[in-house]
Design a protein around this ligand. Structure first.
Ligand code: KG4
Ligand code: ZN
Length: 355
């Protein structure tokens, strides 16, 4: 079954064709980084307008790049949340129109679940059910959480950030260091020549139980979780103190060597992520890392060491599937997940959709 996936939840315009949920035939990603860089972050109006302009061409490229014709597409899959409302709407409207025009079913996909699925886009791996229980560290520009997967569609949220996401910590830190956007790759580049022990930045951790809001559909005004659903603070993240510490350090040490400060800052983020991941492990078979920050070389190495120490199989997402992409959308739909049928055709964008 050939699934055409469409992803426009943030600032990547992406389309992909995946066969049978595992074989990626094409994976086209048009990044808008250059358009947002002057503003130091994603500008929603620019993102949505750019999706409108480029999505048709990106979809055509994905179909042609897969060596297929329109009639070979069996299903159209699209992200319906979470993400920027105006950006989600562009992809969702395009996907509905295309499904109708092709006379093919539409499947609406949860972006966070798709990130979790991104590790299975390697056709040489066994299926999800053979690799579970599996602990996944999901770290991107918008989310940081630890999820236990006990099967496809069975997820338990163990921990999450109480303030900034790990990617945001990289991006905001890079701004304070005078580096470009997006910050993660910049901080990594500068850190290579630095000493990660030069500055001891805080490794923040919440002290009180954390309400598990994103476990439910965390719509505005939606049900708040009860104390019973609170998360263990020992497996939760907090990056706002680290950012403040960097601000003060730069103010008090204007002549500090940039590579040392960047490497120390990166090390503090990575240490927090690895420490909470280690604490969250409990009877898991595999350890996985997904999302844009999972591209970080230091994090990939440190998680690999952790997996080895604990005798776990290590499954970092493939580099092409860490940042936002449509292969994970098409793959997850091909694996049978998502909202199908009339419900999909009538679905609205859900900017605050939880896992
Ligand atoms: O998954 P993604 O494309 O977008 C969201 O869904 O949020 O992740 C983007 C984030 C950005 O914050 C970016 O700085 C970070 O991933 N990132 C990195 C690296 N490459 C991208 N962070 C650390 N090291 C990297 N090499
Ligand atoms: Zn994402």
């Amino acid at each position: 079954m050939n699934v055409l996936g469409i992803e426009t939840s943030c600032d990547e315009t992406a389309a992909s064709v995946v066969r049978d949920g595992r074989h990626v035939l094409s994976n086209v990603i048009l990044s808008q980084i250059a358009q947002h860089a002057p503003y130091g972050g994603v500008v929603p109006e620019i993102a949505a307008r750019s999706h409108v302009e480029y999505l048709p061409g990106v979809i055509e490229q994905a179909v042609a790049g897969a060596g297929l014709r329109w009639s070979d597409i069996d299903t159209v899959a699209v992200t319906y949340g979470p993400g920027l409302a105006s950006s989600l709407l562009v992809g969702l409207s395009a996907a509905k129109a295309l499904a109708q025009r092709l006379g093919r079913p539409l499947v609406a996909i949860n972006h966070l679940e798709a990130h979790l699925y991104s590790i299975f886009l390697d056709p040489d791996l066994p299926g999800p059910n053979e690799l579970c229980p599996l602990l996944v560290l999901l770290v991107s520009g918008g989310h940081s959480c630890l999820v236990r997967m006990t099967g496809l569609g069975e997820y338990q949220l163990l921990g999450q950030t109480v303030d900034d996401a790990a990617g945001e910590a990289f991006d905001k830190g890079a701004t304070l260091l005078g580096l470009g956007y997006p910050g993660g790759p910049e901080v990594q580049r500068v850190s290579v020549a630095g000493d990660p022990t030069a500055v001891r930045f805080p490794r923040g951790r919440p002290t009180k139980p954390v309400p598990a809001r994103s476990l439910r559909q965390a719509e505005e005004g939606g049900p708040r979780s009860s104390a019973r659903e609170a998360l263990d603070p020992n497996v939760c993240f907090s990056f706002s103190g680290l950012k403040t510490a960097l601000l003060y350090y730069m103010r008090d040490h204007p002549d500090a060597a940039l590579p040392d400060v960047a490497a120390s800052y990166q090390e503090a983020i990575v240490d927090s992520l690895v420490d909470r991941t280690r604490r969250a492990l409990n009877g898991d078979q595999c350890l996985a890392a997904v999302g844009g920050v999972a591209l970080n070389a230091r994090l990939r190495d440190r998680l690999g060491e952790l997996a080895e120490d604990c005798g776990l199989r290590y499954l970092p997402a493939g580099r092409a599937y860490c940042t936002d992409n449509a292969a994970m959308i098409a793959g997850l739909a091909g694996a049978g997940r998502g909202v199908h049928g009339d419900a999909a055709m009538g679905i609205d964008a859900r900017p605050n959709l939880g896992l």
